[in-house]
Ligand binder design. Structure first.
Ligand code: FMN
Length: 218
């Protein structure tokens, strides 16, 4: 699949088979990821590849638990549910939709490893440039994975388990973990967005302004 099609057909995948990912494919994806633009050529990034079964399962547990926390915050409670019932239902939903994360063959963490190249007074700008660079690298990986029939999903659910994650993966305090992704063969590639998300997708023309703000292409 060429790059244009891979961009067009990339989708967030949340259900995976256990089919292994070849070392050759994995290495190619990692190298393509790290061809992304990086602010000031600082390469303040690393990719942590998790293939050890125990480490993968532990990470999946953290992500699924974090997903439950996220859904508790972001999804409206069912009618009549107490806050406790809502939290319980949110965690059950996370188990239901993300359960295959426990056996997906690979996880990749996109890490910011600060280089502190900017003057101290510009550290916020540097942090932003570093995070953008990691995001670009991950998008390269997502698109290249799609071209090879592999699924990914940018995931932040681990934010709710950061201490545990740092401890298990030996991540020093200065290293940031903005995003992680499973990498594996999808049970099926979603063709479009789920109806709930398709309903809120904004037409692209309303998101493009010509020549000045307030002049959308609609
Ligand atoms: C910054 C960012 C964070 C995201 N975090 C999560 C996440 O934690 N879990 C998840 O399942 N999807 C996550 N997503 C995926 C979005 O839900 C998804 O991209 C969006 O619904 C559009 O669907 P698509 O990727 O299939 O086009 C994230 C996407 C972005 C850009």
């Amino acid at each position: 699949m060429d790059a244009l099609k891979a961009i067009r057909y990339r989708r967030s995948v949340r259900s995976y088979t256990e089919t292994p990912v070849s070392e050759k494919d994995l290495e190619q994806l990692l190298r393509l990821a790290l061809l992304a633009p990086t602010g000031s050529m600082s390469q303040a990034w690393s990719l942590l590849v998790v293939r050890d079964a125990e480490q993968r399962a532990a990470l999946a547990d953290m992500v699924i638990k974090g997903g439950g926390e996220y859904f508790t915050i972001m999804r409206p409670p069912a009618e009549g549910h107490s806050p406790e019932q809502h939290a319980e239902a949110s965690h059950a939903y996370a188990e239901q939709v993300l359960g295959s994360y426990r056996t997906v063959p690979v996880w990749i963490m996109g890490l910011v490893v600060p280089r502190n190249l900017f003057p101290e007074s510009y550290s916020e700008q540097e942090a932003l440039a570093d995070e953008m660079s990691v995001a670009f690298a991950m998008e390269n990986l997502f698109v290249a994975a799609r071209a090879k029939g592999l699924g990914t999903v940018p995931t932040i659910f681990h934010w709710w388990a950061e201490d545990e994650l740092r401890e298990r993966f030996n991540l020093p305090a200065e290293v940031r973990i903005p995003v992680v992704t499973p990498l594996g063969y999808p049970t099926e590639f979603p063709e479009g967005l789920p109806p709930r998300l398709a309903a809120i997708k904004r037409p692209w023309r309303t998101l493009v302004h010509d020549d000045r703000w307030g002049n959308p292409r609609a």
